[in-house]
Design a protein around this ligand. Structure first.
Ligand code: PMP
Length: 337
């Protein structure tokens, strides 16, 4: 028998459908250049595959520190930010810990809290505006609680205001700030160094190579926090979770920040175009996706035209794709309106 908390849960699921145009997972629409892949394999071929990866991931953590104005001991890297979110929730959430989470948001948070036996304190996002309800989150939080906020939020696309992190920290709560889509928001309000300073425990920011860097298949994420907080989370995180190929890919990516910048610029340009076309049905988004109100059946009608999006009750979320993919989506939307 599984534990009662697990038996009561549903698994993290995804509509697994084949479609010519895949706009359902907020991935970067461009693959990495072939030269990038060949350089990566040149580096990896020269490594000893019979040996474990670097225990401390020193080279990657140092490169992340340099790129983000931090110290290496303020960083942990892992197998996607999912892994680090899991380790962090397990570090801070025990039976009965109140965890304030806006709704709707990334479904994984509530699952991790349920596994840990914590108590989710949901704060509804106003369905009329999609704006992150900072004041209500602040009212619900206190020194005994954990707050998990994603900015820009998945799936609504809204961001915290510039002083939002300060207000959250002022409650005394442990603040987990997921900036998986942070590169797309154009501001530095939630950047690890900018978000009130990582040295200010208890703030932990989560970043990923899966979105703006276009490396979802390689599974690399990282967190930043005060060194003493990193030391606590490291007790929980599994050793060697990041393999040598993924570590080398992240290091190579950091040597080529133009790749990320090009992706972000393209997404922001296309996002404005898709947003304009969707009009009032869409929530303003600072991410690489847009949530919009949709009639019943639209998900299947789009799928019948080879376009896969993500369904939420009463809404659809479309990732920003290549210009021709966005054209196809918008043409189908016009036809299906
Ligand atoms: N946080 C959010 C808000 C996400 O949407 C996702 C991916 N869907 C993740 C984290 C996980 O990212 P990673 O690929 O780094 O595990």
């Amino acid at each position: 028998m599984s534990r009662a908390a697990i038996a009561a849960m549903t698994a993290y699921t995804l509509e697994l459908r084949d479609a010519a145009i895949k706009l359902n997972q907020n991935e970067g629409p461009d693959d990495l250049p072939r030269a990038f892949k060949e350089e990566l394999f040149r580096r990896v071929v020269n490594r000893s595959w019979n040996r474990y990866p670097d225990f401390e991931l020193t080279e990657l953590r140092s490169a992340l520190a340099r790129a983000n104005g931090l110290e290496p001991d303020q960083i942990l890297a892992g197998n996607g930010s999912n892994e680090l979110l899991a380790a962090t929730v397990a570090t801070f959430v025990g039976p009965g810990t109140p965890v304030v989470i806006p709704r709707p948001t990334f479904a994984l948070y509530e699952k991790l809290v349920a596994i840990a036996g914590g108590t989710v304190v949901p704060v509804d996002i106003d369905p009329a505006t999609g704006v992150l309800p900072l004041d209500a989150i602040v009212r619900a939080a206190g020194p005994a609680s954990v707050v998990i906020v994603c900015s820009p939020n998945n799936p609504t696309g809204g961001v915290l205001p510039p002083d939002g992190v300060d207000e959250l920290l002022a409650t005394g709560a442990t603040v987990l700030l997921d900036r998986a889509y942070g590169e797309f928001d154009g501001g530095r309000a939630t950047s690890p160094a900018g978000a009130g300073g990582i040295a200010r425990a208890p703030l932990i920011t989560f970043s990923t190579f899966s979105k703006a860097w276009g490396l979802a298949g390689l599974r690399v994420g990282w967190l930043a926090s005060a060194a003493e907080t990193c030391r606590e989370i490291r007790k929980v995180k599994l050793p060697y979770s990041l393999n040598i190929v993924s570590e080398a890919a992240a290091i190579l990516a950091l040597e080529n920040p133009w790749l990320r910048d090009r992706n972000v610029e393209r997404v922001r340009k296309e996002r404005a175009r898709v947003m304009d076309a969707l009009g009032d049905a869409a929530f303003p988004s600072q991410a690489n996706f847009i949530l919009f109100r949709a009639r019943a059946g639209l998900f299947d009608d789009l799928l019948a035209r080879g376009i896969l999006v993500r369904a939420y009750a009463g809404f659809l979320r479309v990732s920003i794709g290549l210009p021709e993919e966005n054209d196809a989506f918008l043409a189908a939307m016009k036809e299906l309106a």
